[in-house]
Design a protein around this ligand. Structure first.
Ligand code: MET
Ligand code: ZN
Ligand code: ZN
Length: 421
């Protein structure tokens, strides 16, 4: 049961966190039901559930109509799903939303990524409608989308292609950002683009005692050496302070697969004829994709070394006009100034706008030329997305609601022109 003095927004946040929407079996239905129940307590808020694929993957769209529907609308987006957990490595049940009484930390998968913002949008609108009889000039939409963590293909990617989305006439989007360990908020104007690369080495099988050329492991080890050298070259730029983490190409091994299993582990005296390795690659918006492809075909997985590769490109680098996927954070983008001023009004400070090291659904909006900022109001908070013991402090969460009240008010009452950037 809730502590008698636990603020209602904290109880509601914890309830949302207790709904297990982690892959591979996210319970979207319960999450959408829960959000809908809260939304239905807010006067005039329209509720729509959109099925882009199956009934198991709903998208929830909440709408607060503006007084001038001819003006482009503002969209606040978050995703319903989370990445999986290794429960045994957590201090508390990742779906228990444990609230630590001594420091106010709420432990849960999704506490930072990104159920916090989803509920904060809703709480901010609830408070604006409740106390101030708020009526925005521009229409405000809030979306809760499925499948962000697995690429967004049955989620935001489909949504932005739909007639429904086009009819919303979205002029500006706020999506998730990342926690800030300092006392200043972080804001993101671009994401990196993910490529999933699996390389495969083939070679001659043989007795575990033999030394011979062209075994699969040897071919793979050579590739790993070359890839490691490239990885070091990028990492060195970061270590030397010449580039941020998110400004270089990262290539990190995520799985290795080889060998013949036996009841006690692996057969030890056989050299395998096939080896596979998977890599998470992230390209900043300025990267040259052709150059990287050349590296892969000529050095990382060359056919002459009996290597093959498969690359799944989970995003593009250019928008529909051929521009890099960046949202300007200067006077050329009037939404930027409105956002900046809203943060100042909320008493907050911003660090220099950054590229996000990871990837969000924002790329699908930027691809369509819609200016989109990544922002999650979590300052003085360690970055714990996808990590064990993900938590958010109750005080930080509540402060974030206040910040969004300013942002929603400012953006929805912006009466300037915003046709393009
Ligand atoms: C593969 S699409 C992005 C999924 C997730 N948000 C990530 O950055 O890893
Ligand atoms: Zn994530
Ligand atoms: Zn996320």
């Amino acid at each position: 049961a809730a502590h008698p003095r636990e603020p209602a927004p904290i109880t509601r946040f914890r309830s949302y966190l207790k709904i297990n929407t982690a892959h591979p079996n996210p319970d979207y239905t319960t999450a959408v039901k829960y959000l809908t129940a809260i939304a239905s307590t807010i006067p005039t808020l329209r509720i729509k559930i959109i099925y882009l694929t199956t009934l198991e993957k709903p998208l929830l769209l909440l709408t607060l109509a503006g007084s001038d529907p001819s003006l482009p609308a503002v969209l606040f987006n978050s995703h319903l799903d989370s990445v999986p957990v290794e429960s045994s490595k957590w201090l508390h049940d990742p779906f228990g939303a444990h609230l630590s009484p001594e420091d106010g930390k709420i432990y849960a998968r999704g506490a930072q990524d990104d159920k916090c913002i989803g509920m904060q949008y809703l709480e901010a609108i609830k408070e604006l409608k409740g106390n101030l009889d708020f009526s925005p000039l521009r229409t405000v939409h809030v979306s809760y989308v499925p499948d962000e963590e697995i690429g967004g293909f049955d989620g935001m990617a489909k949504f932005v292609e739909s007639e429904e989305f086009k009819e919303l006439n979205i002029g500006f989007v706020m999506d998730e950002g990342q926690a800030s360990p300092s006392d200043e908020f972080r804001v993101f104007y671009a994401d990196r683009t993910p490529w999933h690369m699996v390389i495969k080495a083939n070679g001659l099988p043989g007795h575990g005692s033999r030394m011979y050329e062209n075994c699969a492991m040897e071919n793979m080890m050579k590739s790993i050496e070359v890839i490691t050298k490239f990885r070091d070259s990028q990492f060195d730029l970061v270590k030397a302070g010449l580039a941020a983490n998110s400004e270089v190409i990262s290539v990190n091994p995520v799985f290795l697969k080889a060998g013949t299993p036996s009841p006690t582990g692996f057969v030890m005296n056989m050299q395998p004829s096939e080896v596979e390795a998977g890599f998470d690659i992230r390209l900043p918006p300025t990267a040259d994709p052709d150059l990287l492809m050349r590296r892969i075909t000529e050095e990382w997985a060359p056919a002459w070394r009996n290597m093959t590769y498969e690359i799944t490109k989970k995003g593009v680098l250019r928008d529909y006009l051929g521009r890099p996927l960046l949202t300007p954070t200067n006077d050329s983008n009037p939404w930027w100034s409105v956002f900046e001023q809203a943060i100042a009004k909320a008493g907050g400070k911003l660090t220099k706008p950054e590229i996000l090291a990871s990837t969000t659904d924002a790329r699908f909006m930027r691809q369509r030329g819609i200016p989109t900022l990544g922002f999650s109001p979590m300052k003085n908070t360690p970055i714990l997305l996808h990590d064990h013991n993900e938590f958010l402090k109750d005080s930080v969460y509540l402060d974030g609601i206040k910040v969004y009240k300013h942002i929603i008010k400012s953006l929805s009452s912006f009466n300037g022109t915003s046709s393009s950037y």
